[in-house]
Design a protein around this ligand. Sequence first.
Ligand code: AMP
Ligand code: ZN
Ligand code: ZN
Length: 402
Amino acid sequence: MRRLILIIIALVFLPAGLAAKEAPRPVTVLVGIDGFRADYLERGHTPRLAALARQGAAGPMRPSFPTKTFPNHFALVTGYRPDRNGIVGNSMIDPRRPGVMFGLGNNPQALDPFWWSEAEPLWITAEKAGLRSATMFWPGSEVAIQGRRPSDWLRYDQNVSNVQRVNTLIDWLRRPAAIRPAFTTIYFDTVDTAGHRFGPDSAEVNAALAEVDTRIGELVDGAAKIGVRLNLVIVADHGMRAIDESRKIQLEDFIDPASFILVEGGPYAAIEPVTGTDDRVARALLVPHEHMTCARKEDLPARLHWGSNPRVAAIICIAEPGWVIGAGTPPYPITGGAHGYDNADPQMLALFVANGPAFAQGARLEVFDNVAVAALLRAVLGLPEDADADGKLADVRAALRR
Ligand code: AMP
Ligand code: ZN
Ligand code: ZN
């Protein structure tokens, strides 16, 4: 009889007792702040981020070339540089898909898995390992790569406010353990947008920094309030540099507009000669220029790790920092800010902050390549390192708690 009573007591109280003791597993949150240049952190407009950096691991991060949004967001979640992850530019062509161009905006190509299948993003690796993932925006996350998407994902919509984005993420964290994600992303575009329109040194960028900082504070406080611990990895894809009308290079000054396709223009130009004109275009471009350097894709400096993918256009010109390359009438005024320069440009350096139980407290990192972030996230999630990847855990091991 006594035994029976004991068993009943155990059955009634043990599960509740266990549940009370078992703190939920920390959730890994990858935060992308588009265009958050590394030194913005020192401006005094981001107190919450600065505190996370101070109490966590932080340091300037070198983006991959080209220093554009899509190639770098994909490099961060795959550990492969653009040449190997297949997203070689914000805009690109592929000889296997003649006549079409991949691009941002309403381009249907951007949602076609064809472009995204050269590397596996972390949300797929996580899902395969039984770790639920949820993406509150991230380039590529709305594409059925290998026929899979994160368990929760949303079609990109710039009109969804930063407040809504944070609230959606907090709602996911609030879920019962069985359907709570282990890996999540959230993406903010407003700092980049302000940087393009008004330039990196503008009051508008400072206001955007302060607003995103407030949102990050709300995310941290919101998670604490519901008792969910976060392993936060807060990154940017690239920096931002001031440009103006006085520093533009018009390609028609050197080559006939009918002789080439400008696949991507701006701080770097991807130029595909129209069949039969290759030599003319090459002869005109592959000479010294005052404010840009041009090369055949196969002759680009090895440190760029870019040019062997068939999607890279035949001739690449890289502008001197602060200059922009274009053809015809630019679709937008050349004013404000731009990115896409050589990734050795210090103004292209990007934000990196890691904070949470998995990370070292007060670690200051030397400049490292952004592809290491995927290796770091894998380690935090308990996934094995991808030995084949460009990014190595060794480059960011100092960010991990011993
Ligand atoms: P960039 O032109 O390199 O400055 O790219 C930044 C732009 O990419 C921002 O204006 C974003 O609105 C846009 N963007 C970010 N994520 C996505 C996405 N998943 N789909 C389409 N556009 C995006
Ligand atoms: Zn960007
Ligand atoms: Zn941008």
